[in-house]
Design a protein around this ligand. Structure first.
Ligand code: DHB
Ligand code: FE
Length: 284
């Protein structure tokens, strides 16, 4: 059976793509953000996952307001990065892990998650920037399964439902008949609000509590309603749902322990509180 090695949560602000393109990683503005990554690179180089299952949120590129699935899973052989017009350089296509995609789709539908299956799916910065941040050198060494969770148009899925989805995805990965190793990525947040009266809203106290909960008490955020989470983290900070799904995926198996590999938190990049958290799965 496949082996789930752990997870990495990271922010996905489009300006990061511009900074990578221009080589600004060591500039004072960017350094505190990019300096979080080398310990995670070292861990990934040691663990060498074959596949990345990515919880991300499309921002109106592949799904617009007229058709908005709550949960959508990519089952494509290749994913093209088209982004949604920010002008950041696009990355070469990413290779899909089709067999795992269908295994997850079947397992989820069997557990009453009626997901949308996408045999073609354009992906935006939310899916592609984490891959570039985690594997900055050369072509991306992992194949991918993108799982999109709607955080763009209400109604959004409840945190408890997202947690259940993540757990079911983790169980599906663990039951995949393959000798490959898999890492789970959560892309989004942390607290930020890009528009409206509260534009610029950042909530450091909540973010740090949320990061700590992922380490020690992963269901903590499920106590809050979506509106409470939006109030705390901001209208776009609700992207933290990706981190919740990611962490829930690690609770599969009889010994669902984790070890913190590394974390980083920096305010702000653009209008966003940035976070990074890598956890290694210790149980089997
Ligand atoms: C920003 C953050 C996001 O999560 C996003 O998708 C787009 C922009 C920002 O802070 O600029
Ligand atoms: Fe976003």
């Amino acid at each position: 059976m496949a082996k789930l090695i752990g997870c990495v949560g990271t922010s996905h602000i489009p300006a990061i793509g511009g900074a990578i393109h221009k080589g600004l990683q060591q500039e004072p503005y960017w350094k505190p953000f990019f300096d979080g990554f080398p310990p995670v690179h070292a861990w990934l180089a040691q663990k060498r996952p074959d596949v990345a299952v990515i919880f991300y949120n499309d921002h109106g590129l592949n799904f617009f307001l007229d058709k908005m699935p709550t949960f959508a899973i990519g089952a494509a052989a290749q994913y093209n990065n088209a982004d949604e017009g920010w002008g950041i350089p696009t990355l070469p296509p990413f290779q899909g892990e089709v067999d795992l995609s269908w295994h997850i789709v079947n397992a989820l539908i069997d557990k009453d998650f009626d997901v949308v299956t996408c045999q073609e799916m354009l992906v935006d910065h939310s899916c592609t920037l984490p891959l570039k941040l985690l594997w900055p050198q050369g072509p991306c060494p992992v194949t991918v399964v993108p799982i999109c969770i709607n955080t763009v148009q209400f109604p959004l899925p409840k945190a408890s439902r997202v947690y259940a989805l993540g757990k079911a995805v983790g169980e599906a990965i663990a039951s995949w008949d393959s000798s490959k190793t898999v890492a789970v990525i959560g892309s989004g947040g942390l607290s930020h609000q890009l528009d409206g009266e509260r534009a610029g809203h950042i909530n450091k106290e909540f973010d740090l509590q949320f990061l700590e909960s992922l380490n020690s008490n992963p269901e903590w955020a499920t106590q809050f309603s979506i509106h409470e989470l939006v109030e705390k983290a901001g209208t776009q900070g609700i992207e933290l749902l990706m981190w919740l799904a990611m962490r829930a995926a690690l609770t599969s198996g009889p010994q669902p322990g984790v070890r913190k590999v590394h974390s980083n938190y920096h305010i702000p990049i653009s209008n966003t509180a940035t976070g990074l958290l890598a956890l290694e799965k210790t149980g089997t």
